[in-house]
Design a protein around this ligand. Structure first.
Ligand SMILES: Cc1cc2nc3c(=O)[nH]c(=O)nc-3n(C[C@H](O)[C@H](O)[C@H](O)COP(=O)(O)O)c2cc1C
Length: 190
């Protein structure tokens, strides 16, 4: 049980990476493989994945993403700290237009797999969808759900308790460590 708690705590949203540390196709596929064993509404398994881990595509894809809305002065990771791979999560609308919460389940599972392998990432839902569709030549029958940006984390993320101000905005301290406030167990259980 403790191992699971530690893995879940370590699996934070990371947005700065060692760009020299590549992620192979096989490793990406091993994380996708985990999703085959996750719950799926009506067991439809309508989600599909595009893998992007080549420098040229990475650069173009990166330009379409929006990072960390609460960090107003930070425009996203600099060159040298950018993701080295992306998993684009799609829904095959010809199977079902409703994937309920499958997208969250698979994405967290992928992130846990990445964390267990010594990598990490961030779900990114804020990006230019028409341009993404054009860049990756995604057929109309696939809805673009979100993207998981991945790499070897180059940042320290500290979990804080949400205090009496109830402020849940993440922030960076003077050492550029990323703080993410989490609500207490007492606040969650009614
Ligand atoms: C559905 C979803 C969409 C998200 N979209 C973005 C995004 O567009 N850009 C970004 O930088 N982070 C995004 N995030 C990451 C959240 O900001 C992050 O989960 C939150 O700050 C809590 O941090 P933690 O994941 O380390 O607990 C998204 C997370 C989720 C679950």
């Amino acid at each position: 049980m403790n191992n699971l708690l530690e893995l879940v705590k370590k699996s934070r949203s990371y947005r700065r990476f060692y760009e020299s540390e590549a992620i192979s196709d096989d490793l990406l596929k091993s994380w996708i493989n985990l999703t085959r064993y996750t719950p799926s509404a009506r067991n439809m398994q309508s989600l599909r994945y595009l893998l992007v881990n080549k420098i040229d595509k990475n650069e173009h894809l990166f330009e379409l993403l929006a990072w960390a809305g609460y960090l107003e002065d930070w425009k996203g990771p600099e060159i040298g700290e950018r993701p080295v791979a992306y998993i684009v999560v799609l829904n095959d609308e010809s199977l079902s237009e409703n994937y309920y919460c499958d997208d969250g389940i698979v994405s967290q599972t992928i992130l846990l797999g990445a964390t267990e392998s010594g990598f990490g990432g961030c779900i990114v839902a804020a990006f230019n969808r028409p341009k993404m569709r054009a860049l990756l030549q995604i057929e109309d029958k696939y809805k673009i759900v979100h993207i998981i940006a991945l790499g070897k984390p180059k940042e320290e993320v500290i979990i804080d308790e949400v205090d009496e101000t109830q402020n849940i905005r993440y922030w960076r301290d003077e050492k550029n460590r990323h703080h993410v406030p989490k609500r207490s167990l007492n606040d969650l259980i009614l």
